[in-house]
Design a protein around this ligand. Structure first.
Ligand code: SF4
Length: 447
């Protein structure tokens, strides 16, 4: 990359990456919990994909029963700290809070949940759950992201001998490496990994299934296998110049930022992000916080079509990110490194069969935006190559096909959950999938 930004001081980096939502104090948590109406049949609980009994955990905060509150949360969600910090609460639990209808501020459910789990971790994770005696059966889990951890915790408590195989040296999957540091730090995710290990789950890191050991070895040696493998490589832009130094995928960039060794992360002075989903916004705001002078998001459709949540879009605008809607990249320009990106204006076309409006290039509107870094954030591929080695596991589009009750794939011994079955949703959806898959595995192996 030609123009590496001048390095900031450690204090500036820490300031730029400080938490968006700081923790609640004892007094503010008590005051916030006492605002809750403890609704019977609470809509917040229904809106949470893991169905945490929110009114119950909040009520326990108000009576200083913080361990009881942690138990209420964790029995529904084993990665509750990640969810408290990274869930889009405005469109889930807090968006459903009845106080919105009364014109009041919704209860800060995410921050209260964080308050409870922070306290639980600070106490050294005292035992709240008892394990069933060992049933002698072994389950292999591939991937230590939220679905793998949730499945592993639940199975361990049911008496199974669980081994998680993780290809990275550091466990936790996207919880560890894929969430912007101003939302949560790597250590938060590692604490959740410790919680699961405390139940006796064995996590083998640095072991890629399909590369270091064949899938068949697991298939033969374990009674069931759970696939919590997420998605694969980032989609290519498929434009000329994509191979130039200075072009990087959003996930690789975010992973570098998550090392928290800020000054070692290369970032351009002018950065273009291609795509307008939540990952794109994370990459854009992180580039800006690393010191990039100008960050531009380029999206081929209109602002109404982008998949980023409104609150993420607003955060990006507050950070000074520039948006070019109805603009598509045509080629990345540069001889030895990225010097610019050639784009073309788009215009809305006719709706397709599903009612989604197409977009068409407007001839003669090509223009070059001078940039020295391009971050690709247009989604990820499915892990087709790996899955094709497992008999009877099939895809529907980019999603592994499962029985929605049992999470069993076409191969009775193989189960799946998380991004690999939903194409890429929230951590909380993966947490729920992992738990439900554990029940499916228990039903299969207990028959
Ligand atoms: Fe409390 Fe709001 Fe949930 Fe009612 S909907 S229980 S007020 S958080």
């Amino acid at each position: 990359m030609k123009n590496i930004v001048s390095k900031l001081t450690l204090e500036q980096y820490e300031k730029n990456f400080q938490e968006l939502h700081p923790p609640l104090s004892y007094g503010s948590a008590k005051a916030e919990s006492s605002r809750c109406l403890y609704c019977y049949d609470s809509p917040c609980m229904k809106a949470c994909p893991t169905h945490i009994d929110i009114s119950e955990f909040i009520k326990k905060i108000s009576t200083d029963n913080l361990l009881g509150s942690a138990k209420t949360i964790l029995k529904s969600n084993w990665v509750a700290l990640t969810c408290a910090k990274a869930c889009p609460v405005a469109v889930l639990c807090e968006g459903a809070c009845v106080l919105n209808e009364k014109g009041d501020k919704p209860i800060e459910i995410g921050r209260l949940q964080r308050y409870v789990i922070d306290n639980y971790f600070s106490l050294g994770m005292p035992a709240l759950f008892s394990k069933k005696p060992s049933n002698g059966k072994k389950v292999a889990i591939i991937g230590s992201g939220p679905s793998g951890l949730s499945c592993g915790a639940e199975l361990a408590l049911l008496g199974y001998n669980v081994t998680i195989f993780e290809q990275s040296e550091t466990p936790g999957g996207l919880n560890t490496w894929g969430i912007a540091p101003y939302k949560m730090r790597k250590q938060d995710a590692l604490n959740e990994v410790e919680l699961v290990k405390n139940f006796g789950v064995n996590i083998k890191t640095g072991v890629g299934v399909g590369t270091d050991i064949p899938f068949n070895e697991l298939y033969k040696n374990f009674d069931a296998v759970f696939l919590g493998i997420g998605l694969g490589e980032s989609h290519a832009l498929s434009v000329n110049g994509e191979e130039l130094p200075g072009v990087i995928s959003a996930l690789d960039f975010i992973e570098q930022v998550k090392t928290e060794d800020w000054s070692s992360v290369p970032v351009g002075k002018r950065v273009a992000i291609i795509g307008a989903g939540n990952t794109s916004i994370d990459a854009a705001t992180e580039a800006k916080r690393l010191g990039a002078e100008e960050v531009i998001v380029i999206y081929r459709r209109s602002s109404q079509d982008m998949s980023a949540y409104n609150f993420e879009f607003n955060l990006a605008k507050k950070d000074g990110i520039i948006f070019h809607f109805l603009t598509a990249p045509e080629k990345i320009v540069g001889k030895k490194f990225v010097e610019g990106i050639e784009c073309i204006r788009m215009e809305p076309g006719k709706p397709d069969s599903k009612g989604k409006r197409s977009v068409l290039p407007v001839p003669g509107t090509e223009f070059i935006i001078p940039v020295d870094m391009v971050i690709k954030a247009i989604g990820q591929e499915a892990q087709n190559d790996f899955i094709s080695t497992i008999p009877d596991v099939k895809f529907v589009g980019r999603k592994i096909q499962i029985n929605s009750d049992t999470y069993q794939t076409g191969n009775p011994k193989v189960f799946a959950g998380g991004d690999c079955i939903n194409g890429g949703k929230e951590v909380v959806n993966a947490a729920y999938d992992g738990k439900m898959a554990a029940y499916g595995i228990d039903k299969f192996l207990g028959k």
